[in-house]
Design a protein around this ligand. Structure first.
Ligand code: PEP
Ligand code: MG
Length: 629
């Protein structure tokens, strides 16, 4: 359980846009007994919030709300409707109180939890849920609690059907969370109707590990993270709201730990390991010593990272480095500032098009871009226009006939990225118009995906300028000068024609994920060939070098936004090649910043020369791991 950092692996990282939802459930096993007390028991579950903690166990249970009355008489309709209204009012008061209480939480936690409480409050406003429940009381003579249950179930079912049809894992998770929100507000109403008591955290001792069968997301607003050591529950998964809330509170947590509630006894001690997903009940002396070391190591790392957040990304010899975050789904927005990133270097706009039957229009897209640009408060945002193709399946494009239902050919080599947008200018134009309007609100850049030819950049720029003229005619404000129009370098074709492309594009973003895939002809999601996916292959590194030098020669900005940049061990090489701008997943920003602050440009240049002389990937790996003198 020692958390001293192992060397960062240099092999293929898991694809960032394929978040796997863990479904493994917890299992309990009994280990060595500590002298005189209950034997150590190890449980495993789903780690949802990083950190290690030790504390006395505090178990809380909540009796389910029993619905005893299902039908009413016609004569009771008015009284039953009044009961329903009273429960709605009471629920609203509870939630408003919870909302006000959030101000005691750290700012980042508030930013995460407040929108959820607001969503609950909205659901019991003049909503479909409330109208539907009222109708069920008056028209089908259901009791208020049965009406609420029936209506929330019906709404949740519709949302879950949409979730089942969603192609992308992120979209599916977000719809599943929405269905859970509806069910949760239903349970609150029923609890208030049946006067079933809510879970109480009164008496939670300082530094305790909270154990429950389940926690509702709103409970997070009742927890004081500074007094709580950790959380373990039997239900819940990595993608749910409760997990998001616990992460926002920064409390080590493991969910989905089967058998834990049954196992705990008064006086038990637990170790919560929110990194590996283990709970050790009544740890042996050896486990306890290891856990204490892990607690200290994690606390030190967190402290180091929070200090880093405020420090500039600057090398030892004073060279500033731009360190930005990649944004894939809006839920990651608060993490960007927390991580100490300055702006968004790659906003993958695909999520806007997913999980819907129709393509979002200019107005809907404008709202989304505006939200992101405003949230960055003056820090730059690079918005990549729709990158459909390859493994990225978007149903709305299929149902509107923009792309075929099933690709006949190899989709990685087909109609994708900029090719698709140039084939469907109406799609491209509405996205560009939305971005240009949002760009008035903060520094923005536009990024074109999967470019392979100079003519594509020229054609895209013509459309871009046409959209600007059209917006001006419409009386819309457009930024002056226009947002820079850059390109992804993510194919060998674009990397090798980077000198010509650098004359046409305003900036380069090197996407090493696809660049490595296309260079090595390896799909890293195919287990058979995944071991051959090696971004350290000299061919990939030479393409990165060639493209970087081409941009620098004509003084065009160039950054790396693929997963490779998130590995701090790559940084000396990248700095040595002349790169000064990186965009990585928010969670990786602190470790990359740490590497920047430990680097010296002169050393990096010498190091890069040595690496680029090698043609053997294993030797390159050894050099990067510091195994070679
Ligand atoms: C890349 O290919 O490296 C990249 C950043 O784009 P995406 O991962 O979205 O394909
Ligand atoms: Mg790509």
């Amino acid at each position: 359980m020692n958390r001293t950092d192992p060397p960062a692996p240099l092999g293929p990282p898991p694809p960032q846009h394929k978040r796997l939802s863990r479904s493994a459930r917890g299992t309990g096993s009994t280990g060595g007994a500590a002298a005189g007390i209950r034997p150590e028991q190890v449980f495993t579950g789903i780690p949802v919030s990083a950190g290690v903690s030790i504390g006395p166990v505090f178990g809380t249970t909540e009796a389910p709300a029993e619905i005893t009355k299902t039908k009413i008489l016609a004569a009771d309709i008015a009284a039953e409707s009044a009961r329903l209204d009273a429960a709605i009012l009471q629920s609203r008061k509870q939630l408003t109180k919870l909302r006000a209480r959030l101000t005691v939480l750290p700012e980042e936690s508030q930013a995460e939890i407040a929108p959820l409480i607001d969503a609950y409050i909205q659901m019991i406003g003049p909503s479909r849920l409330v109208r539907g429940a009222r109708r069920r009381v008056t028209e089908t003579l259901l009791s208020a609690e049965s009406a609420v249950m029936a209506e929330t179930e019906a709404i949740a079912e519709i949302i879950l059907q949409q979730a089942a049809a969603a192609h992308a894992g992120d979209e599916r998770s977000s719809l599943q969370r929405r269905a859970e929100e509806v069910r949760e507000i239903g349970r609150r109403l029923v609890r208030n109707l049946t006067r079933a008591p809510f879970r109480s955290f009164a008496g939670l001792p300082e530094g305790a590990v909270l154990v429950a069968e389940a926690l509702r997301p709103a409970d997070a607003a009742l927890l004081d993270p500074s007094r709580l050591a950790g959380v373990a529950t039997e239900e819940g998964g990595a993608d749910g709201h409760t997990a998001v809330m616990l992460r926002a509170l920064g409390v080590p947590a493991v969910l989905g730990v089967t058998g834990l509630v049954q196992a705990i006894r008064p006086g038990d001690i637990a170790v919560v390991d929110g990194i590996t997903g283990t709970i050790v009940l009544n740890p042996s002396a050896t486990t306890l010593t290891a856990a204490r070391r892990a607690v200290t190591a994690f606390a030190r790392e967190r402290q180091r990272f929070s200090r880093l957040r405020r420090l500039p990304a600057e090398t030892l010899d004073g060279e500033p480095v731009e360190l930005q975050a990649n944004l894939e789904i809006p839920i990651e927005l608060p993490l960007i500032a927390q991580a100490g990133a300055v702006g968004i270097g790659l906003f993958r706009s695909e999520f806007l098009f997913m999980n819907r039957e129709t393509v979002p229009d200019e107005a809907a897209q404008f709202e989304a871009y505006r939200g992101v640009v405003e949230a960055m408060s003056g820090d730059p945002v690079t918005i990549r226009v729709l990158d459909w193709g390859g493994e990225k399946d978007i149903e709305a494009l299929q149902s509107e006939g923009v792309v075929p239902e099933a690709a006949d050919h190899n989709p990685a080599l087909g109609m994708r990225g900029i090719r698709l947008l140039l084939r469907h200018p109406e799609l491209f134009e509405s996205q560009l118009a939305a971005i240009l309007r949002a760009a008035v609100l903060g520094p923005t850049r536009v990024l074109l995906p999967m470019v392979t030819r100079v003519s594509e950049v020229r054609a895209a720029r013509e459309i871009y300028e046409r959209v600007v003229r059209r917006l001006r005619r419409r009386g819309e404000r457009v930024p002056d000068p226009l947002p820079p129009l850059g390109i992804m370098i993510e194919t060998p074709g674009s990397a090798l024609s980077a000198d010509a492309l650098a004359l046409e594009a305003d900036f380069f973003a090197i996407g090493t994920n696809d660049l490595a895939m296309y260079t090595l002809a390896v799909d890293r999601t195919d287990a058979e060939v995944a071991p051959l996916y090696d971004p350290l292959h000299p061919a990939v590194l030479r393409l990165v070098q060639f493209a970087t030098e081409a941009a620098l020669r004509v003084r065009k900005p160039v950054s790396v936004c693929g997963e490779m940049a998130a590995n701090p061990r790559m940084l000396p090489l990248f700095l040595g090649l002349g790169l000064r701008s990186f965009s990585v997943t928010a969670a990786a920003v602190p470790r990359v910043k740490q590497a920047v602050r430990a680097a010296n440009i002169g050393d990096c240049i010498r190091f890069a020369r040595r690496v680029m002389e090698q043609s053997d990937p294993t030797l390159i790996q050894d050099l990067l791991l510091g195994h070679m003198p």
